[in-house]
Design a binder for this molecule. Sequence first.
Ligand code: FAQ
Length: 320
Amino acid sequence: MSPTDEAALQSAFDAAIGADERIEPRDWMPDGYRATLIRQIAQHAHSEIIGMQPEANWITRAPSLRRKAILMAKVQDEAGHGLYLYSAAETLGVSRDELLDKLHSGRQKYSSIFNYPTLTWADVGAIGWLVDGAAITNQVPLCRCSYGPYARAMVRVCKEESFHQRQGYELLLALSRGTPAQHAMAQDAVDRWWWPSLMMFGPPDAESAHSAQSMAWKIKRHGNDELRQRFVDICVPQAEALGLTLPDPDLRWNEERGSHDFGEIDWSEFQQVLKGNGPCNEQRISQRRRAHEEGAWVREAAAAYARKRAAAPSNEDGRR
Ligand code: FAQ
């Protein structure tokens, strides 16, 4: 391609971004835009499937059939989100095998939040309320991401996450209004999940390597700090309604800013978790690798079935 062709393509891309149009898989896009999307969508997809583990841990121990059915549906939804997202990433020219290989070998990340343990049943409620709540706050703006397949996947994901958030809230409310021991268990879960949930939004803007460029490309619509603040402001009245407290002595309403001030996040803990030193990093990845190996026969059978169908002549009514 000549430099003038390249310049024309770049300016058509810039004009489309400027006009808030969607970029689609067959459109020309800068290499950096493609690489950023692959990185973010892959990390997001990996988070969805690794995120199945902490809650799946409680399926066999759910306290009633109703809670078990709800939790199974939720964990299954997360697998579905992973599939939409891997498919969206594939439209950018990478294969799912390549992405899974990068996850298993530690060359691509997944969200820090899934490296914390689920110690009690109340953790299932805290994950729904706080983790899914943080995910929705982060992902609703991604429905307006400039890359079409990612934005469209996000619309459905957000609808399902909103159900997840409410089930967590309802579960915590039941515990909070239950016996003193149940109330204490709910409070303990919120105490442990609050700060890691705030870390889900990523490092402060000043230290966020990708935010400025991602916002210029309209992949991200807001900085990490703005979304984190929005999440804190949403959670404070919800915690009050739940009858639970958020574990932050510095949390207070700031009249001037029209927002809540909150305490300092322990960014050294975040960095440690990203480096692989969180409480459950090793367990999560080894379990994922094992599930992948044990599922090889399913992938082989599905591929063999697809080949057989493709080779078989059609029936009279058009079915194979
Ligand atoms: N964990 O420059 P930035 C869910 C990395 S929700 C791990 O600010 P960016 C639902 C970042 O990748 C969770 N790594 O990066 C669910 C980069 O490293 P790199 C998933 C993090 O991309 C609920 C470096 O730090 N949601 O799964 C984290 O502009 C319940 C510098 O950071 C998404 O992924 C972190 N928390 O902004 C499932 C949403 N934060 O790649 C099951 C889509 C940052 O250079 C159960 N993603 N890093 O090596 C995003 O919106 C963005 O990627 C951010 C980070 C906001 C996460």
